[in-house]
Ligand binder design. Structure first.
Ligand code: PHE
Length: 451
């Protein structure tokens, strides 16, 4: 039996968890949502939700992980025998997400490579992106590389792999975000774009916007997929969980806001104030942005810096996903970490293939207008995650009781400062918000509302 792995320091744990939280969600989805749903007013609501709702859910998962020392699969049953099914559902989520996340990771590696080898101009061609993701061999090669690197870090271990890599990549990521944002907002004409991004427009802040903000937050903080439970199980019994969560949140929200500052004004200026240009989906990142960079002086360098930033964000998120899946299987089958990791690596490659080919030779396979990748994304993000999160709140609020979590926090801190707020959120507010996200996704699919 191997001994349990641990992060060696609080900062290592915070950076690894922030590495998981900061991902593609921060870099393309957040800026787009903020621009669409009222700029400053969206930002304000998002921040309020982050320090209340997001805070409560994240602290819950980390405390559950640390208290039980288990992965999501057994953490719930460890605290309450009959609740094992929540662990099973929570474990299915990263198992579904990991392969398709690596497909997008592969695209990012390819774009980074093109910029670094001086091909940044080639990708501006209108059909470049679609031709690339629609081809058969090339995307598979890049996703294979992405998976290989992720696996390599996992094999190095929690402390020598994940923690070390996060300690290097995360500071670089923050610096790059700040540098790119400053570069963009000092370009001529950027002012209108900044105003568009930051100025509150209450009329755009609708009920749908509120659901979108809640959904975004919950995805952005890597909640309801067992990740924070696994990372919590590796954290030290001496760390102050409350302040760690505050730090992780700060990191995640800061990068999201900076991403908005680098993307919204740039796209806004480039497209002459056309809001459609900020449209949803990978097209913003892989088609519009390269064009925007191409139109700027020094744009090739900024383009390279931007894709390195995205690559680092995607890697640390993929690492957290793979680690979570590995920890689930090690818990279940008591196999060695190394063998399990290699098996999961092979699984990831095999399952990523259909998601990748779904944009090309297998594009005929689709349900409604969803490609294979979209389908996996929908099942995990829109169906399973809200269900797992609601059940987690009910589990804590009414079965094991908030006191169990509060005691865990207070075992390593003089006091749990936001204790009262925590209880109210976990018992009443979070389940309602989560039910709204869930109903919102269903209505979205039925095309009754558009998120
Ligand atoms: N939190 C990540 C983001 O904001 C998303 C993520 C998804 C991370 C799946 C890990 C696993 O993009």
């Amino acid at each position: 039996m191997e001994t349990k792995h641990h992060f060696s320091s609080r900062i290592g744990f915070v950076l690894a968890a922030a590495g998981s939280a900061v991902g593609l969600g921060n870099l393309w989805r957040f800026p787009y949502l903020a621009a669409k749903y009222g700029g400053g007013s969206f930002l304000l609501i998002y921040i309020i939700l982050a320090v209340t709702f997001g805070f409560a859910l994240m602290i819950t998962e980390i405390a559950i992980g640390r208290k039980t020392g288990k992965s999501a699969l057994y953490a719930f049953s460890n605290l309450h025998k009959k609740s094992g099914f929540i662990g099973i559902l929570a474990s299915i989520v990263p198992i579904i997400i990991l392969p398709y996340y690596c497909v997008i990771g592969g695209w990012v590696v390819k774009f980074t490579w093109e910029y670094l080898t001086g091909n940044g101009r080639a990708i501006v061609d209108n059909n470049y992106f679609e031709n690339f993701i629609g081809s058969t061999g090339e995307p598979l090669l890049w996703l294979f590389l992405f998976i290989l690197f992720t696996l390599f870090v996992i094999l190095l271990g929690v402390n020598k792999g994940i923690e070390k890599v996060s300690k290097i990549l995360m500071p670089v990521l923050i610096v790059l975000s700040a540098v790119i944002a400053i570069f963009v907002i000092t370009r001529p004409g950027a002012k209108d774009g900044i105003i568009y991004y930051l100025k509150p427009d209450i009329s755009k802040f609708t009920f749908t916007a509120f659901i979108a903000a809640t959904g975004q937050l919950f995805y952005s903080m890597s909640l309801a997929m067992g990740i924070m439970i696994t990372y919590g199980s590796y954290s030290s019994k001496k760390d102050n969980i409350e302040s760690s969560v505050r730090n992780i949140e700060l990191f995640d929200t800061l990068v999201a806001i900076l991403a908005g500052l680098m993307i919204v004004p740039a796209v806004f200026v480039f497209s002459g104030g056309n809001e459609e240009a900020l449209a949803k989906g990978p097209t913003l990142m892989f088609i519009t942005l390269p064009k925007v960079f191409d139109s700027m002086k020094g744009g090739q360098i900024i383009g390279a810096a931007f894709f390195i930033l995205v690559l680092f964000a995607a890697l640390t998120s993929a690492i957290s996903l793979m680690e979570t899946v590995v920890s689930i299987f090690v818990d279940k089958f008591k196999t060695s970490r190394k063998k399990t990791a290699i098996a999961i690596g092979i699984y990831t490659v095999i399952m990523a293939i259909p998601s990748s080919l779904g944009f090309g030779i297998w594009s005929g396979i689709s349900i409604g207008d969803k490609t294979i990748l979209d389908l996996f994304d929908f099942i995990s993000n829109s169906i399973l995650m809200p269900i797992v999160a609601i059940m987690t709140c009910i589990f804590v609020g009414y079965l094991i009781k908030p006191k169990t979590i509060i005691d865990e926090i207070e075992s390593s801190a003089p006091t749990f400062k936001s204790k009262k707020l925590y209880v109210i959120i976990i018992k009443y507010i979070a389940p309602i918000l989560l039910a709204m996200i869930f109903i919102g996704s269903i209505l979205d699919v039925m095309k009754i509302i558009e998120l």
